[in-house]
Each structure stands twice: as C-alpha cells, then as structure tokens.
Design a protein around this ligand. Structure first.
Ligand SMILES: NC(=O)c1ccc[n+]([C@@H]2O[C@H](COP(=O)([O-])OP(=O)(O)OC[C@H]3O[C@@H](n4cnc5c(N)ncnc54)[C@H](O)[C@@H]3O)[C@@H](O)[C@H]2O)c1
Length: 276
C-alpha cells in the first residue's frame, strides 16, 4: 500500500536543519509542495534548494516565529505561493535548560513562546482559510482531509529534570493539539502530536568539555547533553540507540498522510521505546 501527497501543500516550521529539514524533504518526496520556514535564512534556503534539486516543490521564508506578526505572514506566504494549505507541522523549537532555581522569567517565557504560543498563532492564522475552504468542500459534497502535526517531546509527556520551561511548553502543546482536534474535526482536519526521545541533532550533541552554544535570535543558548547521560539514555532505550532525524520525520509523515485519516487528538511517541 502506498500514498501520495501530490496536490497537497505543507507548511513546516523549523525546516532549516535537523528534524524539520527531514520532515520537509520527506513530505516533498511524497509529492507535497512545501513552504519551509526558519529563523535562519541561509539554512532554510539550503533546505528548499535540496528539495528542488531532488525534483520537489519548495519555497522558503525566513523569520522569527515568536514575533507576533510572523505566523500570519508565513501562512499568508504559503497561500500566496501555492494557493492551498493542507498540512501544518509546528516543529520549530530549541532547549534552554536549567534547574528551576536558576530559570529566569525570560527563559521560562521563551520556552512557552516557541513551543506553545507560536504553534497557537500559526494555527489561529490558518483557521479562517481552513474553515472557509472546508465549508465550501462540504457544500460540494467533498471531504478533503487536512493535517496538523505539533511536535512535542518525552520531556513534555514524562517530565525531565532540568527542563521545567521546555517540558511545560511541550506539555502545553499537547493540550492545544487535543483541543484543536475537537474544534477542527468538523472541518476534516486531523490534529495530532508527535513526541520525540533523543534524536541526533545539534540540540542533543554530546557535551565534551563545555556546552556548545546556538544563536537564537541573538541569544547565545547552551545546548547538548552530557556524554554520560546519553549512554544512560541508550541503555534505557529498548532499541539501544538514539534516533536519526529521518526516523523522527517518518512518524510525522504518518500523521501527514492518508494513513492517519481516522486518527485525531493523539500523541505518537517516536523514541525507540525510551521514556524519561
Ligand atoms: N533532537 C531531539 O532530541 C528532540 C527531542 C524531542 C523534541 N525535539 C523537538 O523537535 C523539534 C526540532 O528540533 P531539532 O532537534 O531538529 O532542532 P534543530 O535545532 O536541529 O532545528 C530546529 C530549528 O528550529 C528553528 N527555530 C528555533 N527557534 C525558532 C524561532 N523562534 N523561529 C523560527 N525558527 C526557529 C531553528 O533555527 C532550527 O533550524 C523541536 O521542536 C524540538 O524541541 C527534539
């Protein structure tokens, strides 16, 4: 059994690198036109080039999703470029960790802003077009399924020491997912979440001497996981290893495909069986 996403348009946030790049590439390989967006212009341009070089359809828009106006701009850009919006993957994110006594208000809020508020604004921005289009399709006697996939983490479902902000944002987006599944079922939208365990990207790179930093809109954020912790996670993982971005993307593509047309409001954990 196979499926195609030919004729579908996807919007993927955080598509410049890591799991988001794999999601965008796999959706394009399945036939979707993909609007790739990311904070970092150079990397998201590269994602779109990789897709088009492979014969897929892609365009890119760079910007900061925590800027209140940008989610609407990116939804409008998708509709202007491809004339449709059938799949939304809220993937952009990063970790900014510490134990609770060392977390500033700014740090905690930043985690809610990117993992919860930004997906909310993207979905609210898309809601008018989705509702109006679905009503027209229904009046014509057609049922067209659309897809929302929000990215969460086992930090949100299980909790993880050192991630009060990240875990709260990732738990919050599950509430958003389950709520929208109920509000948007009548518009034929499947709304689901995929939660990852440890996936090999820059966020969980092994800390050798001191943590590496990433630049997030001018803030230098320490990322990475102690090598010892990675070994413990591997030992706790039934599959005995970390996941690859392509493996993580596979679970997302399931929720973007017709294979999940009767699944909504669910959280699929892609962690090799590992839990915190
Ligand atoms: N890697 C893991 O082990 C892991 C585990 C669980 C969940 N996740 C989640 O998966 C998603 C993808 O993470 P990844 O590991 O691929 O990380 P990554 O850093 O490789 O990619 C994330 C992308 O999101 C973009 N981004 C961050 N903040 C943004 C903003 N304000 N506006 C626009 N773009 C922004 C970054 O520029 C980056 O290109 C995130 O939501 C992350 O929390 C990752």
């Amino acid at each position: 059994m196979s499926f195609t996403l030919h004729g579908k348009t996807a919007l993927v946030t955080g598509a410049g690198r890591g799991i988001g790049r794999s999601i965008a590439s796999q959706l394009a390989a399945a036939g979707a036109a993909v609007l790739c967006t990311d904070l970092d212009a150079a990397v998201v341009e590269e994602t779109a080039s990789i897709i088009t070089a492979a014969g897929g359809k892609a365009a890119q828009v760079a910007g900061n999703l925590t800027d209140p106006a940008f989610p609407q701009a990116v939804v409008d850009a998708t509709l202007a470029r491809f004339g449709s919006l059938d799949i939304i993957v809220n993937n952009a994110g990063y970790t900014w960790d510490n134990v609770i006594q060392k977390i500033s208000d700014e740090q905690f809020q930043a985690m809610l802003d990117i993992h919860l508020v930004a997906p909310f604004r993207v979905l609210r921005a898309a809601s008018q077009w989705i509702r109006e289009t679905a009503k027209k399709e229904t009046a014509e006697g057609r049922r067209v399924m659309r897809k929302v996939v929000n990215i969460t983490s086992i930090s949100g479902t299980d909790g993880n020491a050192g991630q009060a902000g990240y875990g709260s944002g990732k738990a919050g987006v599950i509430g958003l997912t389950k709520t929208l599944a109920k509000e948007w079922g009548r518009y034929n939208v499947n709304v689901n979440a995929v939660g990852f365990g440890l996936i090999e990207t820059r966020l969980i790179q092994p800390i050798v001497d001191k943590p590496q930093t990433i630049d997030v809109a001018g803030r230098q954020i320490s990322v990475g996981v102690q090598e010892k912790t990675i070994e413990v996670m591997k030992a706790m993982c039934p599959l005995g290893r970390l996941g690859t971005p392509d493996e993580a993307a596979g679970a997302v593509v399931f929720f973007c495909s017709p294979l999940s047309d009767y699944v909504s409001g669910e959280v699929l954990i892609a962690s090799g069986g590992a839990h915190f």
